[in-house]
Structure formats: structure tokens, C-alpha cells
Design a binder for this molecule. Structure first.
Ligand SMILES: Cc1cc2nc3c(=O)[nH]c(=O)nc-3n(C[C@H](O)[C@H](O)[C@H](O)COP(=O)(O)OP(=O)(O)OC[C@H]3O[C@@H](n4cnc5c(N)ncnc54)[C@H](O)[C@@H]3O)c2cc1C
Length: 304
């Protein structure tokens, strides 16, 4: 119930306009993002690098109102990529399809994703948004992936369709980040029970790890903070006899920091997604929905 309310709030334009003005809300976001500027990301990425953790960055924002805005997003990411190279960080970028123009057409977003892929040798990740975008996102991703090797895709284990989508994508040998999924979806489209979402996650991981065993090169990224998912997928990789370089874990900045460091100590590759930008409201509400106990943290900023 609380999760649904928070996810509803994440799509409410009135709240998106009002709530970020409150100082206690601004302070509370610090738990999940170091700041609104890319300089904040670079600073935290350097701290993480010292701990053996690599990074991915995302400029927050979704559902743009013009293609001109999508061009500015691309230009901003290109500037970030130059900076990443200058400071010598192992940092990748992850973009939301609607941020690069998917609402205006698959071709529009496709061209901008291709431009980003041409701007770097490292991987450009495509986030997965709400279920109404999945078909178009897959079409865009396929089209770019057929020409360029350095694009990767996020898939969501809560969607009933994802197992079939992965089977269909396997011939492309794609880099895939598996996550559980962060949007409010109807039962007809997404598994309502956590057990099914978790089982889906493990099954997808198993499929992709098996493909690695059979020679696939596409990176397998396990995007989760869930200790059970981490234990299960590590066990499967071990039983298949995979090296720790053949899969990796990804977590969000500020969540399960001890677990991130523990995995690194065990020789696993961990990448942390560090977000920035001023349009953080919908994204932040989805983080609260993932763990409503985080609301206590917001409340503490109100009194503290
Ligand atoms: C690198 C990365 C990229 C992502 N990209 C996308 C994407 O493109 N599309 C998409 O739909 N979703 C994305 N997500 C979000 C994802 O779908 C989940 O909503 C989120 O990761 C929570 O699921 P979980 O696997 O951590 O497991 P859960 O079962 O949700 O959580 C397991 C445990 O992790 C901890 N935890 C989880 N979330 C939080 C939180 N917000 N605050 C504090 N503790 C928490 C808690 O201890 C919790 O008990 C991404 C997540 C990561 C890590």
C-alpha cells in the first residue's frame, strides 16, 4: 500500500514541483545522491575507486518535452564522458530512453543512443523504464546493438515477459544488467509477489551465466542490494565454474555500502551507480518505495 502510494507520488507533477523546494527533502536526498552537479559524482567516484569500486553515472530526468532537450541531455553526457576520460575514472553512463527522445519515436532515441555510443569506448547502458516503453526500448537497443558493440541493456525480473525477451536477445550476445524493477505495474504485466520476482531474477541470472559458460562475451551485471540474490547468483556462478571476472554486481550509491565493500574484499567486481541532476524527484520517490523504512530518514531531516 505504502509502496503504491510512493510510486503514485513519483508520477505526480504537482508534488514533483512542490516537494523538492523543502529543505528537509533536499537534505534527505543526500543519502542516495552526493549532489546535483557532475563534480559531486566525480568526487564520490574517486572515493569509491580508492575502495576498489568502479562506477556508473546517470543524469536524472525522464519524459522530456522536446527533442531539443534530448539533444542537451546527449551533449551533457558527452561532456561528462570527456571529463571521465580526463580524470581517469572507470565510469560508464546509463541513460533513460525517454531522456534521449523515446516519447518522440524509436528512431529519434536510436540516433541519440548511437551518438552516445560513438562518443566513448566504454559501455553505454540503457535503463529500463515503465512497461509501456519496453517494446520500443528493445527495438531501439537491438537496432544500435546490431551496429555497435558498446551498448548494454537493463531488464526487469518483475515483468512476466522478460524471460522471453532475454531468450530473444541472446543471439546478439548483449551486455545485460538484471534488476527487479522499480515502477508501479499491474499484475497482468508484473509478478505481484516478491517470491516470484526473486525467482525470476535468479532464473534470468542463471540463463545469462550459462551463456557466459558457453562462450558469450556480453557482460552479466547483477543489479541488486538483496543479500539473498547475491548469495544465490554467486552460488550459481561458482557451481558453473565461472571466474569472478565473468559477472559483476551493481548497486545504487548509498545503499548497502558494507555489502559493496565485502564483495570487493571477496574479489568480486562491484560497480556503483551514482546519480546527479536537479530532476531527482520521481527517481527519489522510487528509492523510498523500494524501502519505505527510508521515510524515517526523511522524517529525521524534518526535525534534525
Ligand atoms: C545499478 C542499478 C540499476 C538500476 N536500474 C534500474 C532500471 O533501469 N530500471 C528499473 O526499473 N530499476 C532499476 N533499478 C532499481 C531496481 O529495479 C530495484 O528497484 C532496486 O534495486 C531494489 O531492488 P533490490 O534488488 O535491491 O531488492 P529488494 O528486495 O527491493 O531489496 C533487498 C534489500 O536491499 C536493501 N534495499 C533495497 N533498496 C533499498 C533502498 N532504496 N534503500 C535502502 N535499502 C534498500 C534493503 O536492505 C532490502 O531489504 C536499478 C538498481 C540498481 C542497483
Amino acid at each position: 500500500m505504502l509502496r503504491n502510494s510512493l510510486l503514485w507520488a513519483s508520477t505526480n507533477p504537482f508534488l514533483a514541483e512542490r516537494l523538492p523546494r523543502y529543505r528537509f527533502v533536499q537534505k534527505a536526498t543526500k543519502r542516495f545522491m552526493p549532489g546535483e552537479d557532475f563534480d559531486d559524482v566525480v568526487r564520490e567516484a574517486q572515493n569509491l575507486k580508492a575502495k576498489g569500486i568502479t562506477t556508473t553515472t546517470t543524469l536524472l530526468g525522464e519524459n522530456l518535452i522536446s527533442l531539443g532537450e534530448a539533444d542537451s541531455v546527449v551533449a551533457g553526457y558527452q561532456q561528462d564522458l570527456r571529463r571521465i576520460e580526463d580524470v581517469g575514472l572507470d565510469m560508464e553512463i546509463s541513460v533513460k530512453p525517454t531522456q534521449i527522445g523515446l516519447d518522440f519515436g524509436v528512431d529519434e532515441a536510436r540516433d541519440r543512443l548511437a551518438q552516445l555510443a560513438d562518443s566513448t569506448d566504454s559501455l553505454v547502458w540503457v535503463d529500463m523504464e515503465g512497461s509501456e516503453y519496453v517494446d520500443r526500448t528493445l527495438e531501439m537497443f537491438r537496432s544500435v546493438k546490431e551496429e555497435k558493440s558498446n551498448v548494454g541493456l537493463c531488464v526487469q525480473s518483475y515483468l512476466r515477459r522478460t524471460e522471453a525477451d532475454i531468450e530473444a536477445l541472446l543471439p546478439l550476445d548483449p551486455a545485460i544488467r538484471i534488476v527487479k524493477g522499480a515502477y508501479n505495474e499491474p499484475e497482468s504485466i508484473a509478478f505481484p509477489s516478491k517470491g516470484d520476482v526473486d525467482r525470476g531474477f535468479v532464473k534470468l541470472a542463471q540463463t545469462l551465466l550459462r551463456a557466459r559458460l558457453n562462450g558469450a562475451q556480453g557482460r552479466v551485471v547483477l543489479g541488486t542490494h538483496d543479500p539473498r540474490m547475491i548469495a544465490e547468483t554467486t552460488r550459481i556462478a561458482f557451481e558453473l565454474g565461472l571466474d569472478k571476472e565473468q559477472y559483476e554486481f551493481a548497486m545504487l550509491f548509498g545503499i548497502q555500502r558494507d555489502e559493496q565493500e565485502r564483495l570487493v574484499r571477496q574479489g568480486h567486481h562491484v560497480r556503483v551507480l551514482v546519480s546527479y541532476g536537479s530532476a531527482w524527484f520521481p527517481w527519489y520517490m522510487r528509492r523510498l518505495a523500494e524501502r519505505p523504512a527510508n521515510l524515517w530518514f526523511v522524517a529525521k531531516q524534518l526535525v534534525g
